[in-house]
Design a protein around this ligand. Structure first.
Ligand SMILES: CC(C)(COP(=O)(O)OP(=O)(O)OC[C@H]1O[C@@H](n2cnc3c(N)ncnc32)[C@H](O)[C@@H]1OP(=O)(O)O)[C@@H](O)C(=O)NCCC(=O)NCCS
Length: 178
């Protein structure tokens, strides 16, 4: 039985590309589809994806085991909306290590990354049947919106200046500053 504490979370850089690829290539076809929101995800697609990672720009955190193997990955893709950064979160954990809270730990690492950089929001996307991923988003305080068979998750972050979120539009829904 694996102990969740036996895994460290590390920020990854370009030197880690081979062990990131090894982790993603271990994912079963259905997990690849869930992770990349795509039909068939081939080995070539995964290698191309790893080759295009923006180390030093995006958030890339790995769960690393005692043998220095990457057994889980959080990729927070940074993008700009109206001059402020947001992060789009995507996760994967090795099949045999699920249900131990590792995905939740990766989500916390991305949250911390976004907060420290004063980002406007954390967003995510998963299939509506992906109950584990939905639960992770929920526990991170994200608001979930269902659109057909997808779930969009979003949480606005408080600006470090101390100003709170704003209410906007006729619906009065919470909107992110910036
Ligand atoms: C989604 C994924 C990253 C979750 O990783 P994980 O390490 O198993 O997540 P956790 O152990 O932190 O579990 C998260 C929550 O989901 C719950 N959960 C796990 N599997 C579940 C399932 N099959 N059905 C319902 N809930 C489930 C857990 O109980 C936990 O809830 P809790 O905090 O209330 O106890 C992992 O399943 C995975 O890699 N899937 C394939 C790729 C993928 O779908 N990525 C998401 C797209 S971005």
């Amino acid at each position: 039985m694996s102990n969740a504490c036996a895994f460290a979370i590390q920020a990854l850089d370009a030197f880690d590309a081979p062990r990131i690829a090894a982790h993603l290539l271990r994912l079963a076809p259905e997990d690849r589809s869930a992770r990349f929101a795509a039909g068939l995800v081939t080995d070539t697609t995964i290698c191309r994806y790893v080759g295009s990672m923006r180390f030093g720009h995006d958030a890339l955190f790995g769960l690393v085991d005692a043998n220095a193997q990457v057994v889980g990955l959080a990729h927070g893709c940074v993008f700009e909306v109206q001059g402020r950064s947001r992060i789009e979160a995507a996760f994967s954990v090795d099949d045999g290590l699920r249900g131990l809270g590792l995905g939740t730990r990766l989500m916390r690492a991305l949250d911390a990354f976004a907060s420290v950089r004063d980002m406007a929001a954390v967003v995510g996307l998963c299939a509506s049947r992906n109950l584990a991923m939905r639960r992770i988003f929920e526990r991170a305080g994200m608001q979930l919106t269902r659109a057909d068979d997808e779930v969009h998750a979003m949480r606005c972050l408080q600006p470090l200046t101390g100003h709170g979120p704003v209410l906007s539009g006729r619906s009065g829904k919470l909107a992110c500053r910036g």
